[in-house]
Design a protein around this ligand. Sequence first.
Ligand SMILES: [Zn+2]
Ligand SMILES: [Zn+2]
Length: 264
Amino acid sequence: MKFDTEKDVRDFLRLCLDPGRGIKRTPAKLAGIMPGPLEEALMRFAPHLGALQAEADRQEAEARKARRAYTEALAAWITGEPADVPDLCPQNRRGDKAVSEGRFHKPDDDGVLRCVFCSTPAHWGGEPADAYRTPDGRVWTLAAEANEHGVPLYEAPFVGTRYTALALETLHGEITPVGGVPARPYVFNSRSVNWTAKHIPDGKGRTICPGNFQASKPMPEEEAARLTLCGGCRKALLASIEDAGPGCPGAAIDHDETGICAHA
Ligand SMILES: [Zn+2]
Ligand SMILES: [Zn+2]
């Protein structure tokens, strides 16, 4: 079978749907059994289908993760034990698999202890917030209506269901009140053809890592939350914090962005 033209591929797919002898396939069934070479040809002529397929795979993986978090929290609740929620940062990702690593907290200009990678505060008062961020990068804002018990509900774009803050926390393991401080922007190396790692912009159009790459426009937070952070950028960011003066009694508290110690 040759798939040299868009017409070849379309004709063959049409045949797959209706091969005759009374057999009919649905597009869903066809999508599940499409052989590799045919799928490759299809994606070549219709790249938007590849993007949709990748997004569907990602959302399925996310749904499985959310389901697991829910059942684990349910099991923990039944036994009366606190749920084991590891304190991992959604933006501090490492390696080929983009594995979440720990948070790295530093006081911001207002003295609020925040993670330097995702801007999440280390502690918060527990008051209902106007908006929450979940680890997938989604921001949930206060909906117009509350539930039947008068508990506020939160909604996110393209999500059909509204949730209470408690339900969001149960589903996602953690929620972060959003407000005031914008999340750190992440960019790509705009010269790279292979956008698999994110970098931290230096604010002057380049990245902060030794590569000093030309920065792309900032990517959406949700996208950044899926990508591995460039090791050089991580090092440069953490070094800029540590450079602020080891041994100083106010270390990590009174250093501004320039690394100048207020106690010196
Ligand atoms: Zn973080
Ligand atoms: Zn970098």
